[in-house]
Design a protein around this ligand. Structure first.
Ligand SMILES: Nc1ncnc2c1ncn2[C@@H]1O[C@H](COP(=O)(O)OP(=O)(O)O)[C@@H](O)[C@H]1O
Ligand SMILES: [Mg+2]
Length: 252
């Protein structure tokens, strides 16, 4: 089942044409990786899928991104509902300097998902449990989130997204501030999330894409030059540039 479709999607920062005619079909409940050199537009594309790039005043787009059949750039679309439906996890954990509990309850309140104490607590516990963090933090829910390790903080960022009950989760290089052991654990969690969510994962770590994704898009200089099953991209890509990139021979 198709979940996200980009149709001739272009993005500009002022006159700088960053994303060039992006066409991609992202399937439901799969992990789709986007790989490519730094500066090629991966984050810009990801941020276009939940319209958080709208905050850049001099950014403009044309073309369509269709989620569950609706073009999210249609004028009638409520941007808040897009962002609720499409959660995002960033390179570095971006928690607020408040308690673990409040980092999750904050989103529940502003999104009017829950405002009664026992419902909020149930959702906080459920989302912490989904990211396998509840056991570690159940006795310190009211302590600052910033006291957690980086890996735990990244898990909490994921829990905060899950609490809002999205259908799609975007990960922008979620392991780039973590060591190998923590990276492996977060990768295991992302693989588990696939059962319930559609995942789009930007990574510059090709082994990570090869390990955990189902499909892979290769982006170079703002274009998707190849999109196929991850197995095909890493074993018999059809484009020369893909082969050069995944074997580490691509130079820019
Ligand atoms: N807010 C912005 N304003 C102007 N230029 C930007 C902005 N964000 C990114 N860029 C530029 O757009 C290009 C693509 O950036 P980005 O999407 O962050 O690429 P990637 O995530 O692949 O490294 C880069 O040249 C970057 O400098
Ligand atoms: Mg980036």
């Amino acid at each position: 089942m198709l979940k996200i479709k980009a149709n001739n999607f272009n993005l500009y920062y002022n006159d700088f044409h960053v994303l060039k005619n992006i066409n991609i079909d992202i399937e439901e409940k799969k992990i789709t990786a986007i790989i490519g050199p730094s500066g090629c537009g991966k984050s810009s594309f990801l941020k276009s899928i939940n319209r958080i790039n709208d905050i850049v005043e001099y950014m403009r787009v044309n073309g369509e991104i269709i989620i569950s059949g609706q073009n999210i750039y249609d004028k009638r679309v409520d941007v808040n509902s897009v962002r609720k439906n499409v959660g995002m996890v960033f390179q570095r954990p971006n928690l607020f300097p408040i308690s673990i509990y409040e980092n999750i309850s904050f989103g529940l309140k502003i999104n009017k998902i829950a405002n009664n104490k026992s419902t909020i607590m149930a959702i906080v516990e459920e989302s912490l449990s989904s990211v396998m963090l509840l056991h570690d933090v159940k006795d310190k829910l009211y302590k600052s989130a910033l006291l957690l390790t980086l890996e735990q903080q990244q898990r909490l960022c994921i829990a905060r997204v899950l609490a809002i009950n999205p259908q799609i989760i975007l990960f922008d290089e979620p392991c780039s501030s973590l060591d190998n052991v923590a990276t492996k654990k977060i990768e295991e969690l992302i693989m588990k999330l696939r059962e319930k969510y559609t995942v789009v994962l930007v990574t510059h770590n090709m082994q990570q894409a090869a390990r955990i994704s189902n499909d892979t898009a290769v982006m170079i200089c703002g274009r998707i030059i190849e999109f196929a099953s991850t197995e095909q991209i890493f074993t018999c890509p059809s484009k020369k540039e893909t082969e050069s990139y995944v074997t580490g021979r691509f130079m820019i």
